[in-house]
Design a protein around this ligand. Structure first.
Ligand SMILES: Cc1cc2nc3c(=O)[nH]c(=O)nc-3n(C[C@H](O)[C@H](O)[C@H](O)COP(=O)(O)OP(=O)(O)OC[C@H]3O[C@@H](n4cnc5c(N)ncnc54)[C@H](O)[C@@H]3O)c2cc1C
Length: 496
């Protein structure tokens, strides 16, 4: 007897839904997969290249992924993130190898990842971090230097004009990358659109959910071009609406959504308009975040490759806006406050006075203040060479906590209904780079039985050859996997 195909609805067309769409298409080829996106362009919110920093987060340069306590460096989070990025590259390599995605210009480029610090304590930390990391095969190519000429050779803009009255140090990984996540997501969705049983509805705003007696979801959707209200029935729903996820999750009224709130943080970058300066920098150079500032505020002087053009960015500068999406409404935050999350939000607010102070300082910054921050990294910068750009919104998770009332979290979290029919992704970091691991986790939560089957495991291993094995524990597998994806993705992969 023929079973009715499963109806899967994915809300959003950013890198998360695009990735989940690809994985589900391969795992359940008979399913009907429908994407609903409120904008009239695919992947135009946080995943778009101009709205994020494009760093292929591998923990090579981001100092906030290695904690430092009592003179000891903990690299466990860095290992986890580096591993996740290797998993992402495997899926992207598979899609490229199979011809599912093809671009005239690469969506992923080699850009060395560097950390640069100054002052005795920071230099001591970087040295210990380097010594701990280079023992792990995944970080074995890292180089450390305190040599002025060598660092100047790597990043002249950072060293020229610098007063060298305090010790400084840098690490470098040549296999760092810059990724155009928007381009990649658009490529994935263009491929899916050509597949049977997949539909992509742009300009469609999802407004409400109702759980029906038969266990399926009725989804209310507005066609923004015609103003027509539609109802769609789904067996499985994934809310991958970026900043727009929390309000939709609240509409689902699932018990698991209770106690969650969101805190939006907006971002700005300075973008260099002088081509001669842009050409003189070729690295993503991350420093240390100021004490009391949130992890996503780590300053970086950043080479980007967007649509074949090299650019230079500095930032981010955080800001506060009540919008949950760059193209959202100022009512997003007020409307998300309900009885179930008011106390966690207030409690988290009271416990994060430093963050509030930091954001206020950032919001009232003048362009001269912003420029002064740039001078710390690029001492000879000229103010006229830089313009301010607005990046995407991040909605940080506020979560009910038994002891503290409410806590603010900077990671991501999957909220899944007990009956596995609906799941949502909250939070923003480390984000797009780890999208494949995050979406695999969504699949583990939503399809706990099927994922154990031989068929699903084999399908996943076709796409992600290391699936089921640990790249961190198996040195040979780690290096062979990296070599393979480096070749397929046309990356250099060697120390220069
Ligand atoms: C300033 C900044 C810098 C960042 N830097 C990096 C970086 O260097 N490296 C990295 O890996 N990550 C980075 N990130 C994080 C990364 O951008 C995000 O984690 C990732 O893009 C999230 O993808 P997504 O698909 O969940 O969301 P999005 O790309 O935001 O997509 C969500 C989609 O859902 C749609 N939507 C929303 N509400 C509805 C609705 N009601 N109905 C229908 N559609 C809806 C939106 O229009 C949007 O298209 C950064 C983020 C920011 C903001």
């Amino acid at each position: 007897m023929n079973k009715t195909p499963r109806n899967i609805v994915l809300i959003g067309t950013g890198i998360m839904c695009a990735t989940l769409g690809i994985l589900l298409r391969k795992l359940i080829p008979s399913a009907n997969i429908s994407f609903y996106e409120r904008l009239d362009k695919v992947s135009a919110e946080s995943s778009d290249a101009w709205n994020n920093a494009g760093t292929g987060h591998s923990a090579f340069c981001e100092l906030n992924y290695t904690s430092y306590d009592d003179g000891k460096v903990d690299i466990s989070k860095a290992l986890e993130i580096a591993n996740s990025f290797e998993i992402s590259k495997q899926l992207w390599a598979y899609l490229k190898e199979q011809g599912c995605i093809s671009f005239d210009i690469p969506f992923i480029n080699d850009i060395p990842h560097m950390s640069f610090v100054w002052g005795d304590d920071n230099v001591d930390f970087l040295k210990k971090r380097y010594l701990a990391m280079r023992c792990a095969p995944i970080f074995q190519d890292m180089i450390y230097s305190t040599d002025r000429n060598q660092i100047k050779d790597w990043v002249p803009l950072i060293m020229e004009g610098r007063v060298l009255d305090t010790p400084f140090a840098a690490t470098k990984m040549d296999i760092g990358t810059d990724v155009n996540f928007g381009m990649l997501a658009r490529g994935m969705i263009a491929y899916l659109e050509k597949c049977e049983n997949v539909a992509v509805h742009l300009g469609h705003n999802v407004t409400d959910f109702t759980k029906q007696a038969d266990g399926r979801w009725k989804i209310d959707i507005k066609d923004l071009a015609t103003e027509e209200e539609k109802e769609v029935i789904a067996d499985t729903v994934f809310i991958g609406a970026g900043g727009g996820t929390l309000p939709l999750l609240e509409k689902s009224e699932i018990e698991e959504a209770q106690g969650y709130g969101g805190f939006p943080v907006s971002g700005h970058f300075l973008r260099c308009t002088n081509e001669n300066v842009v050409k003189r920098h070729n690295a993503k150079v991350y420093g240390k975040a100021a004490v009391g500032s949130p992890p996503m505020s780590v300053p970086h002087l950043d080479t980007r490759m967007i649509e074949g053009q090299q650019s230079l960015f500095f930032g981010p500068y955080a800001g506060f806006s009540t919008k949950f999406l760059k193209n959202g409404s100022y009512m997003d935050l007020p409307l998300s406050i309900e009885m179930h999350n008011i106390w966690p939000i207030l409690a988290a607010g009271m416990r994060n006075v430093d963050l509030t102070k930091y954001l206020i300082k950032q919001v009232v910054q003048s362009s001269e203040d912003r420029f002064k921050e740039l001078l710390v990294y690029y001492p000879n910068a000229k103010i006229d060479d830089w313009e301010l750009t607005t990046a995407g919104q991040r909605v940080q998770i506020i979560k009910e906590d038994k002891d503290q009332g409410g806590v603010l979290q900077f990671g991501t979290e999957i909220v899944c209904a007990a009956d596995k029919s609906l799941a949502a992704l909250l939070g923003a970091s480390p984000g797009a780079s780890t999208s494949v691991s995050i979406m695999l986790e969504v699949i583990h939560k939503m399809f706990p039985d099927e994922i154990k089957s031989k068929k699903w495991r084999q399908t996943l291993q076709t796409m992600i050859p290391s699936y089921g094995a640990s790249l961190l524990e198996n040195c040979e597998l780690c290096l062979a996997t990296r070599e393979r994806t480096t070749a397929i993705l046309n990356l250099a992969g060697t120390q220069k």
